[in-house]
Design a protein around this ligand. Structure first.
Ligand SMILES: [Zn+2]
Length: 373
């Protein structure tokens, strides 16, 4: 099953060798960017250590133990993740019980999302974190001997969200973990962890997933055209989960709007553009605007590629528009880098206190300067 994880050959290789030679460490820290497979790898490691298959390729994914892991119901899987706490209500108990109905519902919904659509972002209603109650639950459960498996597997997801009390309590567990326990921490912010926690774990770095691997994965979905897969692989910036989310989400609509935007520039249809821009008066459609900017950046590089490197073009199905844009300004190479930098800067600033409509108007004007007649 490890081959399902794309673009992490080194990390997977280290783990598979450790499993084969029976040299799996007591505690690991999986760190690296978001959406690249850290959690899934942690899960597969836990499964491999408890898999019933006698074959070399563990985890098998089909034995009773693997199946229980995949449904998060294995009694030896201890899964700790950041979740909210309802004010005035008790936190999770050492036995893993949550008495607040509201918190329990969100907690269970989170796990269901993880099982069914792990690439989807899950939004809790309140501030989340890993608190000391979760660590006490973990401590309590690892002191018991394994129920069914050979090993108890603790996965602490987004370990950087532990507050200081939780981190200090956890440190004690990490100092003397029982032998039949494997603790795996995942984080995209290793600098936010206590150095004493980091130094006690075997560290494994995860990388952004290469564009080609994302493309390959996306093309496994029959609904996708090659240009769409290329496009999503570029926008998602090495984040496989993001690529899958975009595939499901609004991308077609955003692409249409980006095309409209370019058409308004070519035809100098300012009125239509103002109409389009009005949906960005508030920050309600901010994500859409950010996706649109990402697409415009790709359009710009496509126009530059149009002359010399057509194999690099992403919008392969729209070469007629590329041609028109290119002909409007064959010196586009000179102007594209500055405009790209500007849009990248705006992408960052959109998260702050800027007026999104003013930003898109400014970008429109800059496009007109380069491609307007
Ligand atoms: Zn198995």
């Amino acid at each position: 099953m490890f081959n399902k994880i794309k673009g992490q050959d080194r990390a997977i290789d280290v783990l598979q060798r450790a499993i084969k030679q029976n040299k799996v460490a007591n505690s690991y820290l999986f760190y690296g960017p978001e959406g690249v497979g850290k959690f899934t790898t942690a899960m597969y490691l836990g499964m491999a250590m408890n898999c019933h298959s006698t074959m070399d390729k563990r985890p098998c994914g089909v034995c009773p133990s693997c199946k229980k892991f995949l449904s998060f119901s294995h009694p030896d899987l201890i899964y700790v993740f950041p979740f909210p706490k309802e004010a005035g209500k008790s936190d999770i108990t050492v036995d893993g019980e949550i008495r607040s109905d509201k918190t329990l519902k969100e907690y269970e919904d989170y796990i269901q999302n993880k099982i069914k659509t792990p690439w989807k972002e899950f939004f809790f209603t309140k501030n989340i974190g890993i608190r000391i109650a979760s660590i006490r639950m973990l401590e309590h459960r690892i002191q018991l001997s394994p129920n069914e498996g050979n090993y108890k597997i603790c996965i602490i997801e987004d370990a950087d969200t532990m507050n200081i009390q939780a981190a200090n309590a956890f440190l004690k567990t990490l100092e003397e973990p029982p032998e039949d326990t494997i603790i795996i921490l995942t984080t995209s912010k290793p600098n936010s962890l206590l150095p004493t926690i980091i130094s006690r774990c075997q560290q494994l770095q995860f990388q952004p997933v290469p564009k080609s691997k994302i493309e390959e994965e996306l093309l496994g979905f029959e609904t996708l055209e090659i240009f769409e897969a290329k496009l999503l692989a570029r926008i998602s910036n090495g984040n496989m989960e993001k690529a899958l989310r975009l595939m499901e989400g609004s991308k077609i609509e955003v692409r249409e709007q980006t095309l409209q935007f370019l058409n308004y520039i070519l035809n100098r249809n300012d009125l239509k553009f103002i109409e389009l821009s009005s949906q960005f008066r508030t920050s309600k459609n901010l994500t859409k605007l950010q996706e649109m900017f990402s697409l415009l950046i790709i359009w710009l590089s496509d126009i530059v590629y149009y002359k010399h490197q057509q194999s690099e073009i992403t919008n392969l199905d729209k070469t007629e528009i590329l041609e028109i844009l290119y002909e409007r300004n064959p010196n586009v190479e000179e102007y594209a880098p500055e405009l790209t930098n500007f849009m990248e800067e705006m992408l960052q600033r959109l998260n702050g206190h800027v007026n999104p409509q003013l930003v898109i108007i400014e970008i429109y004007n800059r496009f007109i300067d380069i491609f307007g007649e």
